[in-house]
Structure formats: C-alpha cells, structure tokens
Design a protein. Structure first.
Length: 78
C-alpha cells in the first residue's frame, strides 16, 4: 500500500545546494510604444477616477452645518 522512500545519498544533496546552471535566462522583451501608451492611459484613467470620486465625495462627507435660524410654522408662534 505505502511505498518506502529510497535513501538519497548525502553527497547528492550537498552538491545540489552548490549547483549553478550555466544556462542564462533569455533577456526580457522590451515593451513597445503602444504597450507603454496603453499602460499609461490605464494608469491615468485610474488616477482620474480616484481624484474624481474624492472631489465628488468630499462634500458628502463634510459635517452638515446647522442653519442659523430654525424654520417654524406660524402655529408654533401662537
């Protein structure tokens, strides 16, 4: 049912820690002008949306000022 694990020689494990590949990864592709423009446009759209929501939302978050005079009906004056 269960298999026994095979023993791994210690020398193999020690060599694995020091192993370095002689194959270099390929260089990264440079982004094209259209990709850079698209990324910039998306970034500007996100920033404009956050700034717009802040400008539109600040008046709603401001504490309401109580009116200097209270509105009362004529019946309350009599």
């Amino acid at each position: 049912m269960f298999r026994r694990r095979e023993a791994v020689p210690f020398a193999f494990v020690a060599k694995a820690d020091r192993f370095r590949s002689n194959v270099a990864p390929p260089p990264r592709e440079r982004a094209t002008v259209s990709q850079l423009a698209a990324r910039s446009l998306v970034g500007l759209t996100v920033i404009a949306g956050l700034a717009g929501s802040l400008l539109l939302g600040l008046p709603a978050l401001a504490p309401q000022q109580t009116p200097s005079h209270s509105q009362q009906t004529e019946a309350a004056h009599r």
